[in-house]
Design a protein around this ligand. Structure first.
Ligand code: DC
Length: 233
């Protein structure tokens, strides 16, 4: 359903809870722009890895702060019609989804100046409305005035199984389900206990536990919420 009245939709939640799939589907349903903020933190992490700024589980914060100005993140439509993340103009979509970036991204996302810069860019992208943005702090920090806020979660095992199936479908057999369960649990812990913008549900966000739902069910739930909002406002 396309409509002239544009709103912003904030979708937060734990990793691999299906929030990106829902957010992307809603953006295409509504004719809105989809912004994957996790991809932005992943791109900064890839920059750190490419430039030797992460060693022994530690980020060289001083050096990264000096070099933040060298990092430019953008999105483009790729040849399959999907969205690719670009780091300094280079399509890095595949690299940012790999385990090396996944294992280090929580460290980078916990750094205050990195978050401030990402939040600034995300707010600029959403200024004209018509944006579906997914992340961890969208409803609380990035878009506190978003008209619709959703917080999605589901069990760690279900989330790991989804990620495992996605990686197998892409032909990536380098990790086991057990590795992914550990990665999901570690990221949940780091994301919800960090000092800067910890993962938490905004008081006015609607909670969706997606454990018993199919991806299709999750999508439909969000479309109904969106349609209902526009009908009643
Ligand atoms: O959604 P994702 O798994 O691609 O996110 C990657 C990491 O970035 C994850 O550890 C949480 C962090 N993140 C964040 O801190 N704030 C956001 N708005 C989005 C992601």
């Amino acid at each position: 359903m396309k409509t002239k009245k544009k709103i912003n939709v904030a979708i937060d939640g734990t990793s691999s809870s299906g929030k990106s799939t829902m957010a992307k589907a809603l953006a295409s349903y509504a004719g809105y722009t989809y912004i994957d903020t996790g991809a932005m933190y992943r791109a900064v992490t890839l920059f750190c890895l490419q430039n030797g700024l992460i060693a022994d589980g530690k980020v060289d914060v001083e050096e990264l702060e000096k070099r933040m100005g060298e990092i430019s993140i953008s999105f483009k439509i790729n040849k399959n019609g999907g969205q690719s993340t670009c780091l300094n103009g280079v399509d890095v979509e595949k690299e940012i989804r790999g385990l090396e970036v996944s294992n280090n991204v929580s460290l980078v996302a916990a750094i205050a100046f990195v978050r401030h810069e990402m939040v600034r860019q995300q707010q600029a992208m959403a200024k004209k409305k018509g944006v579906v943005m997914d992340g961890r702090d969208i409803g609380t920090t990035v878009l506190p005035d978003a008209e619709i806020k959703v917080f999605v979660t589901s069990s760690a095992l279900v989330r790991a199984q989804r990620r495992y199936a996605e990686m197998l479908a892409k032909g990536d057999t380098s990790v086991t389900l057990d590795d992914i369960v550990k990665n999901v649990e570690m990221r949940d812990h780091l994301d919800s206990t960090r000092k800067e913008s910890p993962l938490r549900q905004a008081p006015d966000a609607i909670l969706l536990d997606s454990t018993p739902l199919t991806i299709e069910g999750q999508r439909q739930w969000l479309f109904d919420l969106f349609d209902n909002y526009l009908k009643t406002h």
